[in-house]
Design a protein around this ligand. Structure first.
Ligand SMILES: Cc1cc2nc3c(=O)[nH]c(=O)nc-3n(C[C@H](O)[C@H](O)[C@H](O)COP(=O)(O)OP(=O)(O)OC[C@H]3O[C@@H](n4cnc5c(N)ncnc54)[C@H](O)[C@@H]3O)c2cc1C
Length: 430
C-alpha cells in the first residue's frame, strides 16, 4: 500500500517536473523570437536549408510541430516532412476497429491542423517513402528525388509484417479503411478464430471478437507462460481472467508452426491441431531502421533499433546532425509507447532549434516509467489501466462506454475536429 502511494507521488512529481521544463522551453523560445527581430531578412532563396523529418507519427509529427513553431521568423531553415501515409494512423484503436464495424474512419486523423500557426512556407510535405539515407541527402523510393538536409530526424517507428492489427499496410485512408473492413468481414464470417500473440493487440482483439460474437470459438495462442509478458504480474493475471471470463480459450507456451490453415486446422509446435477458419497474427513488430543501414551500420543494434546518445543524436560521432526518436530509437524502454515517442520528438525538436540558432543541442531524454501507462481493453465495455516502475504496479479497472475509445481525444490533440475530414475523397462526420 505504502509502495503504491510512493509510486503515485513519484508520478505526480514527474508531471510537475515536465510542466516546469515546458515553461523553461517556452521562455527560451520567446527570447529566441525577440532576438530574431534584429536579424536581416533572407534575400537569397538558395540560403534555405532543410530539416528533413522521416516519418510523421507520434515522434516525427511532434518533432515537426516543435521545430516549426519554435524556429525564429527569419530562420533560413524549413521543415520537410516525408511520410507516405495521407493521414496520421491512430494505432491504439486498431485492434478494436478490426472487430467493430462502422468506426474505422476514426483511426485516420487528417494531417495538417497540428502544424496550424506555423508559417506556411516553413513546412513542405512529401507523401513518399525514403529508400535510403546518405550523408547529406535522402533518396525517395518512387520519384528517386534526392532531398538535401542540414538536419535529419529519423522517426520511422516500427512495422508489423502482417500489418493489422498493429499497423495499417496502406498509404491512403480509403485503402486503410478497406483493410479494416476486410478484417471485420473475415472475423464476422469465421466460426473458429485463432489469434496468435498475447501482447496488448492480441488480447484486445481476442476479447473484443468473443464479446461481439459469443457464438464463435476464439482461441488465443501465446508462446510465453503468461499473456502480457512484458508487463507486471497483476496486469497479466487480470488480462487472463478477463479473457477467460469472456470465454476465450487461452493456450500458453505454444506457437503455431505456420499461419496457413490446412483442412480447417492450424498446427501448434507440440503437434496439437486446433480448428481454425481465420487466423490473425498479432506478433512480429520490428523497428524500421533499414534506411540507415548504408550510412550508419554500426549504430543499428541486433534487434534493429538505432543506438542514440542521451541528446537523441545517432550514436556515431561523424553524424552530429542526425537524430533518431520514437520506437526505432534504442532508449532502454521495454515497452515502446506513444508518450515516450512524443517526448523524444520534443527533445529532438528543441535540440535542432537550438543547433539551428547557434546554440548547442544539450537537451537530453531520460526514460520515465510513467510514460508506459497503458489502458488495456478486455472486451467492449471493460478496461484495465496499468502503470509500473518495474517493482510496484498500479492497476485500475474502468467501464468503457465508447466503442471508439479515445479516438475523439486523439483527433482534438492533433488539432482536428472529430470526425471531420475534408480531404476531398471522404467527408464523414459520425
Ligand atoms: C495496437 C497498438 C496499441 C497501442 N496502444 C498504445 C497505447 O495505448 N498507449 C501508448 O502510449 N502507446 C500505444 N501503442 C504504441 C504506439 O503506437 C507506438 O509506440 C507509436 O506508434 C510509436 O510512434 P513512432 O512515431 O515512433 O512510430 P510509428 O507510429 O511506428 O510510425 C512511424 C512512421 O514512419 C513512417 N515511415 C516508416 N518508414 C518510412 C520511410 N522509409 N519513409 C518515410 N516514412 C516512413 C510510417 O509510415 C509511420 O507513419 C500501441 C501500439 C499498437 C500497435
Amino acid at each position: 500500500m505504502l509502495r503504491k502511494a510512493g509510486l503515485t507521488a513519484s508520478f505526480i512529481s514527474h508531471v510537475f517536473q515536465i510542466l516546469g521544463e515546458l515553461a523553461c522551453d517556452s521562455i527560451e523560445n520567446i527570447y529566441r523570437q525577440i532576438q530574431s527581430v534584429s536579424q536581416p531578412p533572407l534575400t537569397n532563396h538558395d540560403d534555405i536549408r532543410n530539416i528533413v523529418i522521416i516519418g510523421a507519427s507520434y515522434a516525427g509529427y511532434h518533432a515537426a510541430q516543435v521545430i516549426a513553431s519554435n524556429l525564429p521568423p527569419k530562420s533560413p531553415y524549413r521543415v520537410v516532412i516525408i511520410e507516405p501515409h495521407s493521414h496520421f494512423h491512430f494505432t491504439w484503436v486498431l485492434p478494436r476497429f478490426c472487430v467493430v464495424e462502422h468506426q474505422e474512419h476514426k483511426a485516420f486523423i487528417p494531417y495538417g491542423p497540428y502544424l496550424k500557426g506555423s508559417p506556411e512556407a516553413r513546412v513542405r510535405w512529401v507523401h513518399e517513402r525514403v529508400a535510403q539515407v546518405g550523408r547529406n541527402s535522402v533518396r525517395l523510393a518512387e520519384s528517386q528525388e534526392q532531398i538535401p538536409y542540414a538536419f535529419l530526424v529519423v522517426a520511422t517507428g516500427s512495422g508489423a509484417a502482417d500489418g493489422l492489427p498493429s499497423r495499417v499496410a496502406a498509404d491512403t485512408k480509403a485503402d486503410g479503411m478497406a483493410l479494416l473492413q476486410d478484417m471485420q468481414r473475415n472475423i464476422k464470417q469465421a466460426q473458429h478464430l485463432v489469434v496468435v500473440g498475447g501482447g496488448a493487440a492480441g488480447v484486445e482483439l481476442a476479447a473484443d471478437a468473443k464479446q461481439r460474437y459469443p457464438e464463435k470459438h476464439v482461441t488465443l495462442v501465446h508462446s510465453r507462460k503468461v499473456v502480457m509478458h512484458r508487463f507486471g504480474p497483476e496486469l497479466q493475471a487480470a488480462a487472463l481472467q478477463g479473457l477467460e471470463d469472456l470465454g476465450v480459450e487461452v493456450i500458453l507456451q505454444e506457437r503455431t508452426t505456420s499461419s496457413s490453415i490446412v483442412e480447417g486446422q492450424v498446427t501448434l509446435q507440440s503437434g496439437r491441431r486446433i480448428e481454425c477458419d481465420f487466423l490473425v497474427n498479432c506478433t512480429g513488430q520490428k523497428p524500421s531502421s533499414s534506411i540507415l543501414a548504408g550510412l550508419a551500420p554500426g549504430a543499428i543494434s541486433p534487434t534493429g533499433t538505432v543506438r542514440v546518445k542521451p541528446t537523441l543524436q545517432i550514436q556515431d560521432e561523424k553524424l552530429p546532425n542526425v537524430y533518431v526518436c520514437g520506437d526505432v530509437a534504442e532508449v532502454g524502454i521495454d515497452n515502446p509507447n506513444a508518450r515516450s515517442a512524443m517526448r523524444q520528438g520534443m527533445v529532438v525538436g528543441l535540440n535542432i532549434v537550438r543547433a539551428a540558432t547557434g546554440g548547442s543541442p544539450t537537451k537530453t531524454y531520460k526514460p520515465f516509467w510513467g510514460e508506459g501507462v497503458i489502458k488495456l481493453t478486455l472486451g467492449l465495455d471493460k478496461s484495465i489501466s496499468h502503470v509500473s516502475d518495474g517493482k510496484t504496479e498500479l492497476c485500475w479497472h474502468s467501464k468503457e462506454r465508447n466503442l471508439a475509445l479515445m479516438s475523439a481525444g486523439a483527433w482534438k490533440r492533433l488539432g482536428a475536429k472529430p470526425f471531420e475530414d475534408h480531404d476531398g475523397s471522404e467527408k464523414q462526420v459520425v
